[in-house]
Design a protein around this ligand. Structure first.
Ligand code: B12
Length: 356
């Protein structure tokens, strides 16, 4: 059998669980060999590889449950925790397994295998689940392994660049449509933008139009971008509080003009107080919902205000035509009223306080 097929069966179906030699080579055990033989035998009978893998693992699981093995004290080795059936009967590898497989592939700098694992993650689950349940825990693990000295900077850069390319492919349509606009950036000196990028992908899927400025963005440039696009949200992410603190004054000013949301580990309660911004917590899916609801309310409030202004203008014009403006000059309606961020912000703020 080719190593390519063995790896595909490992990453796609969770059929194999090789350990690793000190040199990083896969060491297959007797159970792996038995499963491969069983799948081959089923394939000879005309069963597809996917279906065969499902049957072999299901039989194994049933046997383990019958003998009580499934309640053993290492849940990571229980096939029931590695695979689950999709509605169509195909197999779905569970997120912890995908994280382990991805980490394995990254440790070996194996681009092909890493993409195969990500293919499985993105094909079997929603983009939301692939991001939240696989990519985020994967990066936590990368950090842990790095701290333990088990992987090096090369692996970390490799992982970041590979995931960034995958997310990039998902970002191709996030600028389209007529949905609310979000400007996304990291403050100067902050290069950890993968979660911000992931968040952009989720926002795009929720109908937002994303303007992504990315890492290390000068606050003056962020402000200029926000002034240019009149966004429904400016989202700034930093791991370090200093990333925000160093620009507290400018960020407060930016917040007077546009709704500013901050995220990441740098958002301590003190920082939130200092820059007076809204806060996005660690649950990316809930954050998308919160931002969407905020934008909806804000647009509705702006629409109502604009209607009121138009009505008032209409009444004044009538009065003017009738020559009774009470001595006041009729004001031109400001073309920006519809999207006037500062007003909408201060109103929306009163019903949705920043939370630390
Ligand atoms: C990948 C990575 C890199 C990549 C970043 C690639 C990229 N474009 O993002 C690169 C190689 C550039 C890098 C560089 C560095 N890194 Co680094 N890096 C990491 C790693 C492995 C993952 C980072 C990550 O994305 N984490 C994402 C999630 C998993 O972590 P999180 O921050 O807790 O995020 C959660 C919430 O805070 C929230 N959230 C975070 N951001 C956002 C954004 C939005 C919009 C929302 C809604 C929510 C949200 O959601 C997440 C899930 O709940 C971490 C390890 C780790 N555990 O984080 C180290 C880590 C952050 N790096 C570290 C260090 C030291 C560095 C460098 C200084 C190394 C160096 N000597 O050059 C530089 C600093 C660069 C800089 N100035 O910013 C340290 C930080 C130590 C510390 N005490 O702060 C860490 C913790 C590694 C370690 N264990 O030592 N790094």
């Amino acid at each position: 059998m080719s190593t390519h097929v063995l790896r595909a069966w490992e990453s796609r179906y969770g059929l194999l669980t090789p350990s690793r030699s000190s040199g990083g080579y896969r060491l297959y055990g007797v159970d792996d060999e038995r499963r491969v033989r069983e799948v081959l035998s089923l394939r000879d009978q005309g069963v597809s590889a996917m279906e065969a893998a499902r049957q072999v693992l299901a039989a194994e699981r049933a046997g383990a449950q019958a003998t009580g093995e499934a309640d053993g004290d290492d849940p990571g080795l229980d096939t029931g925790s590695r695979v689950a059936a999709n509605g169509d009967g195909s197999l779905r590898v569970d997120p912890p397994m995908l994280v382990t497989q991805l980490l394995d592939a990254i440790t070996a700098l194996d681009e092909d295998r890493a993409h195969a694992v990500l293919d499985t993650a993105f094909l079997d689950r929603s983009v939301e689940s692939a991001v939240v349940d696989v990519l985020v825990p994967f990066f936590v693990k990368v950090g842990e392994q790095w701290e333990l000295g088990r992987i090096g900077i090369a692996q970390e850069h490799f992982a970041s660049s590979l995931v960034r390319r995958r997310l990039g492919a998902l970002s191709m349509t996030w600028g389209l449509g007529t949905g609310p606009v979000a400007v996304l950036a990291c403050p100067p000196g902050e290069f950890h933008d993968i979660i911000l990028l992931s968040f952009g992908v989720l926002l795009g899927r929720a109908g937002w139009r994303v303007r992504y400025l990315g890492p290390d963005t000068p606050i003056a440039s962020l402000t200029a971008a926000a002034d240019l696009t009149s966004p429904d949200a400016v989202v700034l992410a930093s791991r370090r509080p200093s990333g925000f603190r160093a620009h507290a004054k400018e960020l407060r000013r930016l917040g007077d003009r546009h709704p500013v949301w901050v995220a990441g580990r740098g958002t301590t309660p003190r920082i939130l107080e200092e820059i007076r911004a809204y806060h996005l917590g660690p649950d990316l899916v809930a954050d998308v919902q919160q931002l969407t609801e905020f934008a909806r309310q804000r647009r509705r409030a702006a629409g109502e205000r604009s209607e009121a202004v138009e009505q008032e203008h209409g009444e004044r014009s009538d009065a003017q035509r009738n020559g009774s403006v009470n001595g006041r000059q009729a004001e031109p309606v400001n073309g920006r009223v519809n999207g006037h961020a500062a007003h909408a912000t201060s109103e929306a703020r009163s019903d949705s306080e920043p939370h630390a």
